[in-house]
Ligand binder design. Structure first.
Ligand SMILES: [Zn+2]
Ligand SMILES: [Zn+2]
Ligand SMILES: [Zn+2]
Length: 249
């Protein structure tokens, strides 16, 4: 499978409108430092596509049928693109946790077919086996373990640390090929709902051959500084995601 990072930012995206912090200023100079809100696609061995979160309008990046859409949670930065996508000309299943579901999407789903998922629910989509995992966030949130032909990959945002039950599931599968972890904030920053860069890397290093840091806020280190910090500390075991990045699992 191939993982396509369409959006790797936090709620505000980078640059945030009119913000003059160093992350936002840098992103106005270097296009690669810009970040759309979190949106990720998995392309299977059969070239089928599954979408995980829709933080942005996907039409410029992905113009194929979607086998299914999975939401991690209903915060606006993970569902914003759904408002437009629900008009697509093909019925598509939308799997999501129940908590804090968006009323507009549920009342007027158009061509989306919403279905509720709970931790440890398992779904087969094309060649993928997808397991929902409990995460630690402000609202009910699911991570996903995605397995295909003996190779596995996990998506772990938004979260602060991991619940014990999720550690247990993932440790049994370790080392995964890759894991994407919430790294919203800079090293040393403490937030009850999101990891900082060090917390995210420590989770990933225990579970996977490669850790990809994503869901990055403009409050984090500016792109080039962040890449330098991560490279010096963890070599190529930990990568900083960027919009347009492709990771082959
Ligand atoms: Zn988020
Ligand atoms: Zn900023
Ligand atoms: Zn969130």
């Amino acid at each position: 499978m191939l993982v396509y990072f369409i959006g790797t930012g936090g709620s505000e995206g980078i640059p945030a409108h009119l913000c003059t912090c160093s992350s936002c200023n840098e992103a106005r100079k270097f296009g690669f430092a810009q970040r759309r809100p979190s949106t990720l696609a998995v392309v299977t061995e059969n070239r089928k596509t599954v979408l995980f979160d829709v933080g942005t309008d996907i039409r410029d990046f992905l113009n194929v049928p979607l086998e299914a859409i999975f939401l991690t949670h209903w915060h606006h930065d993970h569902i914003y693109g759904l408002y437009k996508l629900r008009w697509m000309a093909m019925e598509t299943e939308l799997y999501a946790p129940e908590g804090q579901a968006d009323a507009l999407i549920l009342n007027e789903p158009k061509n989306l077919k919403p279905k509720t998922l709970k931790p440890m629910d398992r779904i087969k989509i094309d060649t993928l086996k997808i397991t929902a995992l409990k995460l630690n966030h402000q609202v009910e949130t699911l991570g996903y373990l995605i397995e295909e032909d003996g190779k596995s990959f996990a998506l772990l945002y938004d979260t602060k640390g991991l619940p014990e039950e999720t550690w247990q599931v993932l440790r049994k599968k370790a080392p995964l090929r890759g894991v994407v972890v919430d790294a919203t904030y800079p090293p040393g920053f403490n937030d009850p709902y999101h990891n900082n860069v060090d917390e995210a890397a420590e989770i990933g290093l225990q579970l996977a051959e490669r850790t990809v840091l994503s869901h990055i806020s403009h409050k984090n280190l500016p792109f080039l500084e962040l890449v330098e910090y991560v490279r010096k500390r963890w070599g190529n075991k930990v990568l900083v995601a960027y919009d347009g990045m492709v990771f082959y699992v």
